[in-house]
Write a protein that binds this ligand. Sequence first.
Ligand code: SF4
Length: 689
Amino acid sequence: MTAPTCTTCPYCGVGCGVIAPQAAGGAVAGDPAHPANFGRLCSKGSALGETLDLEGRLLAPQIAGRDASWEEALDLVAGKFAQAVADHGPDSVALYVSGQLLTEDYYVANKLMKGYIGSANIDTNSRLCMASSVAGHKRAFGTDTVPGTYEDLEEADVLVLVGSNLAWCHPVLFQRVAAAKAARPQMKVINVDPRRTATSDLADLHLAIRPDGDAALFNGLLAEIADRGAVNAAYVSAHVNGFDTALAAARASDPRDTGLTADELAAFHDLWIGSEKVVTVYSQGVNQSACGTDKVNAILNCHLATGRIGRPGMGPFSVTGQPNAMGGREVGGLANMLANHLDIENEAHRAALQGFWNSPTMAAKPGLKAVDLFRACADGRIKALWVISTNPAVSLPEAEAVAEAIRSVPFTVASDITAATDTNACCDVLLPATGWGEKSGTVTNSERRISRQRPFLPAPGAARPDWAILCDVAGRMGFEGFDYADESEIFAEYAASTALARDFGKDLDLTGLAGLSKAEYDALAPVQWPVPETGAPGGRFFAQGGFFHPDGKARMLPITPPAHGEDTHYPFRLNTGRIRDQWHTMTRTGKTARLSSHLAEPFAEIHPEDAIAHGIHDADLVDVTSPTGTARVRALLTTRVQRGAIFLPMHWTASFSAPGKANPAVAGVTDPVSGQPALKGSRARISRF
Ligand code: SF4
């Protein structure tokens, strides 16, 4: 019997280690040696073995609906992209990729677009997930650094979960927190969320904040920190700029904007200020907002003012969505970044990376972010589009308009494991990719831990790894530098390139992994970065300062909370999000009856008093309508949501297809700094169908 394959779960950013099934249809197990989960799995992870059949898979290249050879398809893609660049310039082509990609795929895609085609028009569905956190980190720290580790959540005396349903969205991390609280009942958990969720059940204090009231909450906390003499003056003096202006803005903030009572605010202040060991975890309730970056910085301000950062049990902590939570960020997966956390606006950074790649050109300015990228498709600026491993015709705001935008592009390609998706239906060429269990590479989870995804199944049909498809197109476009024998060579090149980050004083250092042989890469144990050439890997950042702005200091920012407007035509606030047992658009989790039995159909959570006011009964079909579209779902009356709020799960597509489909009612409003869509902040009205 061969040794079992240790790999990494393909779902959320916790990044759990998984022991693969040893036979078709067999069960997976949690990897007891993996430091993210120590053998635990959640419902989705433990059902992975049930999702490995080939039903619905894309198994051969297709051109205009007919099967084609790889040669024909790759020639066509390379030719059309080269022609668009020749006729209209590099910015006439675009790639839209995914946090489902492995770091090696992401690295090659970015190298091709930024260093060879010469455009930064490559963005990712991670823009929908954590772009505001990235932007907040960069503003405060000078680079996109997660300061702490998962252990900090267990070691905290006060754990604040802001806009995070950790119990459903990062379940194994929640299990770790619940176990820590059971072992230390004095540990306090605060849940800040307009909606009561399964996470709230663990909390000692649930603050049902007004939507987008987070900035006012943390502004008020900063003012209270100052008033109670809890500022760490030595830390601020040595390591932080901007304290006075941030505090002045905080004092100008109105606590009523939180929607919380004075008693609730006092309880929050007492707990947060009264315990040195505080971790503030935040997720999509913070990020997916028109003011998401400001909310992130309001949180970071409080940790910087108290010096509670980078020490055990202390710090802000962003938990993000996808399996490659951070790998894409590390290799420049966003349109406004370069690989290695280098800055695209910085001429020296661009020149250094171009020199490392020995590439013919380098994108000279940021590219189009996700929502703008598809608007550029709609208005004719994009002549050739390649969507890889994601389904924007469902997942982006104004999804119907996105589908129409894709159809309007003269030449479109989609690489996917699934044959029939809403996006694939809009594309000229489909390229079959290998998926989880078939492909090989690395991912980085939410605590900077790099883990291997290892294959244990043969590639089905003609499916190929995404990096190999990209390299073949690059070669056909006449580019050298994409002649990798396997993914280990890509990883070694990427790790070597991080010497640039180190040399420019950035945080990302994998030079200790640059010389890995293929055998060492295959055997790579989970490791937290930085991994320097000498010295121990991993650890925390910023306990002793050492920020990545040129002066070595962090920045506190003055934050002005948003105004809360009313809309008489669309009086409800529409919040979209995940449920426990489904993942994204259900192309994998939808295959298991066990997972579908948790919540079998989409629904709209509506407060009972709002339902009465609109003549709606429990289980009625209702239309949730915004200026951009309608979702028709069943009403679920519950006091989990506040009056004036509606919650819709994000996963289902078919049920939304008449008259709308997924995210039809979500407006394409974005955060002005990060470009992240406000997927939790649309206006809507409801009516009985
Ligand atoms: Fe997979 Fe996330 Fe569940 Fe872990 S918590 S098993 S990474 S879905």
